[in-house]
Ligand binder design. Structure first.
Ligand code: SAM
Ligand code: SF4
Length: 334
């Protein structure tokens, strides 16, 4: 057995998030511009390379894989990759295989995902209003996503909803979204909007809705019980006593969660980002392509983990987005 991946701050890296494409069938206003230029196909890792990359990480102790993008389910033949990962679930090396999706293709793929061993999916959904949904996703259509969620639940997948908290947009739907999720036995996680990418069409400081405020509003109506649960990521959880559902808060801007960080992110071109909020990355595609054996790749992964920083530095406190990132969420996969 290979030595596990431990970073310089004694954090064990057990969680890999993998972006399998930069493309998407939506154009969410906070994530992409309307005319995105996508990467040339030859720059993307092939499905076989994605398999080798993930399998190497699993060999080094990664126990949880989250597949993301762009929209992971628009990558051609992506089910081949999911099915290939089943062998690691079967061997017990991989404890969980999950994905984050906009839901548009779930109606088609939910049963196959379940058959491949996926048991939970995160579906991003910011509003239950058809008009507003089309406005925020530009190209998305709500009924299609709702059918996808139905299909996922029918296939036996546990669904968690992720919503980006946007002032003047979905703050009016706080209780409606909470109750809709509760009625369908779904947990709901709110994400603070992050200063990622230069989209040129939105002033994200204007849209910023603090989750502290969101939580206070929830507490006016419900009894919130803090949960000790930590996932090694930026989410904190409460349980709503009245509905039993879990509500998550992802607050990368206002909380320091870095001390327990257990994750790294791989882009669809094989760049490994050790921290969501920092530019430093390691190219893993070159060592992967340089040799059919995995030694070079393993060595590059270990060297990269050896430079995982202690934390990041997003900061809205001076009314400008310090630590602003030039890369889009669709690049690192959120
Ligand atoms: N396409 C899939 C989806 O939408 O779920 C997966 C990729 S998407 C980049 C992952 C998550 O990042 C989504 O929940 C999305 O809402 C979130 N996201 C994108 N841009 C964001 C931003 N600027 N701030 C906060 N969250 C963002
Ligand atoms: Fe696509 Fe997800 Fe970005 Fe929306 S948030 S544009 S669905 S990648």
């Amino acid at each position: 057995m290979n030595a596990p991946l431990i970073d310089p701050f004694q954090r064990a890296i057990s969680y890999l998030r993998v972006s399998v494409t930069d493309r998407c069938d939506f154009r969410c206003v906070y994530c992409m511009s309307e005319n995105m230029t996508f990467l040339p196909k030859k720059d993307l890792l092939t499905l076989e390379e994605l398999d080798r990359m993930c399998s190497t990480f699993i060999g080094l102790g990664v126990e949880k894989l989250r597949i993301t993008g762009g929209e992971p389910l628009v990558r051609r033949d992506i089910m081949t990759f999911f099915r290939a990962m089943t062998r690691h679930l079967d061997s017990g090396a991989l404890k969980e295989l999950t994905l984050t999706t906009n839901g548009s293709q779930l109606e088609r793929f939910a049963a196959d995902l379940h058959a491949a061993g996926v048991r939970r999916v995160n579906v991003s959904l910011d509003t239950l209003d058809e008009g507003k949904f089309a406005e925020v996703t530009r190209w998305g259509r709500l009924p299609q996503v709702l059918r996808g969620i139905d299909a996922a639940q029918k296939a036996g997948l546990r669904v968690k909803i992720n919503a980006v908290a946007l002032k003047g947009f979905n703050d009016s739907e706080l209780f409606e979204l909470t109750e809709w999720c509760a009625a369908r036995d779904m947990d709901l996680t709110w994400i603070e909007v992050m200063p990622m990418g230069d989209l040129g069409n939105e002033d994200r400081l204007d849209q910023y809705w603090s989750l502290k405020d969101l939580r206070a509003r929830l507490a006016e109506r419900y009894t919130l019980v803090d949960l000790a649960e930590r996932t090694g990521g930026p989410a904190r959880y409460v349980r709503i006593e009245e509905t039993g559902q879990k509500i998550g808060f992802i607050t990368p801007l206002t909380h320091n969660f870095c001390e327990s960080c257990n994750r790294v992110r791989l882009t669809c071109t094989g760049e490994l980002y050790m921290c969501l909020g920092q530019e430093d990355m390691a190219d893993l595609r070159a060592p992967l392509r340089a040799s059919p054996q995995d030694e070079l790749l393993e060595d590059a992964i270990r060297r990269a983990i050896g430079r995982k920083p202690k934390g990041h530095d997003f900061d809205y406190s001076r009314q400008r987005a310090d630590g602003q990132m030039s890369r889009h969420m669709s690049h690192t996969g959120g």
